[in-house]
Design a binder for this molecule. Sequence first.
Ligand SMILES: CC(=O)N[C@H]1[C@@H](OP(=O)(O)OP(=O)(O)OC[C@H]2O[C@@H](n3ccc(=O)[nH]c3=O)[C@H](O)[C@@H]2O)O[C@H](CO)[C@@H](O)[C@@H]1O
Ligand SMILES: C=C(OP(=O)(O)O)C(=O)O
Length: 428
Amino acid sequence: MGHEVRYRVRGGRRLAGTVFVQGAKNAVLPMIGASLMASKGRTVLRNVPIIEDVRRAVELARAIGARAELHENERTLVIDASTLSSPVLPAEIASRFRGSFLFVPALLHRLGEAVIEGVGGCNLGSRNLDFHYNGFKRMGATVTEQVADNGDGIIHIKAGELRGGTLYCDTPSHTGTENLIMAAAMARGTTLIKNAALEPEVLDNIAILQAMGARISGGGTGFITVEGVDELTAVEHTVMPDRIDAGVFVMAAAITGGELNLVGATLEHLGVAADKLEQMGVEFHQQGAVLQVRRDRALRPINVITDEYPGFATDLQSPIMAVSCLADGPSYIYERIFDGRFKLAEELVKMGADIEVNGNRAKVNGPNGLRGAEVEAHDLRCGSALVLAGLAAEGETTITSAYYLDRGHAHTAERLSQLGADIVREVG
Ligand SMILES: CC(=O)N[C@H]1[C@@H](OP(=O)(O)OP(=O)(O)OC[C@H]2O[C@@H](n3ccc(=O)[nH]c3=O)[C@H](O)[C@@H]2O)O[C@H](CO)[C@@H](O)[C@@H]1O
Ligand SMILES: C=C(OP(=O)(O)O)C(=O)O
């Protein structure tokens, strides 16, 4: 994992000012997968978030033979996939981020096979991939599993030629929908995907694929139709803003009683989270592409039920748990998407919170003043929630295992410092 990353936050400062929302992690990763389907030319992705998952994706693209250059200052990624040569997604890179599995359709189309030595991502309980495998199989692929000498499973997917068919997700899986669309984009014939995910990132990925020449309709309806084409071409595309990053900054204003201008944030992309934050006392004012937020009244408690878009995003569930610690009364949180996403609660308790967890339900007994402590980021959103808690806590909070936070948020300490926070990132 390399060096230990820690964040130190001294709380108690009200945040104010303007912050730039980063490009979306969950949009850029499938776009890198899509760019690998172009056998000629160079794809240019703009507004790329400079996060660890993108660095891993660049390493993985190179490991399978593509040329990939990440220009960090320009937030631009240039990919030439004409040299793609290896079907193997090596464990040491692929097991560090979930988005690695989004490289599979390109490998199937370009090389006829994909060998998956490991798939990573945050450890949030069971995270299955059966919708992806079943879809690939319905399109004519074979999927076999071998056990390596070290006991790890290696998945081998082979597809001489993928052909269109009727596919479905049992529940509207985000990456599942993206993978099935990409598999169908260059398959022979027509594919119908039922119960497709509606997330804005899925639509942004459809947009780049359409620009590349893919024939996709029905995005955003739950029924997506794809007419396979023989070839996709390299294009230039600007990655949409990250609605989860935006949501965390909204909550930074909420938890510190601050006032922020979020450049690039769209209220609609927050779905039900916007309504829950309004119920807590946050005021929103969308001014074109800038979202103004402020909170200057007491925080009220809320009920949250996580759901697929436009429901309350599971990736904002941990951050809102941190905010609800300060709310005036009990808040109720029901996590429906992942069965292991409450490790945050025990860390918040170390900071003085009162939280009862029962399976996938949590009750946060607010209000409780938070105090600084040494806490651990068990996953990415646990990390962002602990930063929020640290901003509101009395004294110093040290967040360890913060590589997870860096997986998904760019320049966290710099951006928060510019708004008046006292936060530093330490490595080593
Ligand atoms: C890289 C990326 O885009 N990650 C996002 C994506 O993850 P990811 O795409 O992995 O999440 P999914 O939408 O696929 O998973 C949602 C639920 O469906 C289940 N499931 C999923 C696929 C499958 O084949 N079988 C199955 O049972 C999962 O176990 C989970 O309980 O969506 C999640 C839910 O919004 C977000 O938290 C992640 O940030
Ligand atoms: C769960 C997350 O990401 P991933 O699917 O990449 O692990 C997340 O972004 O919170």
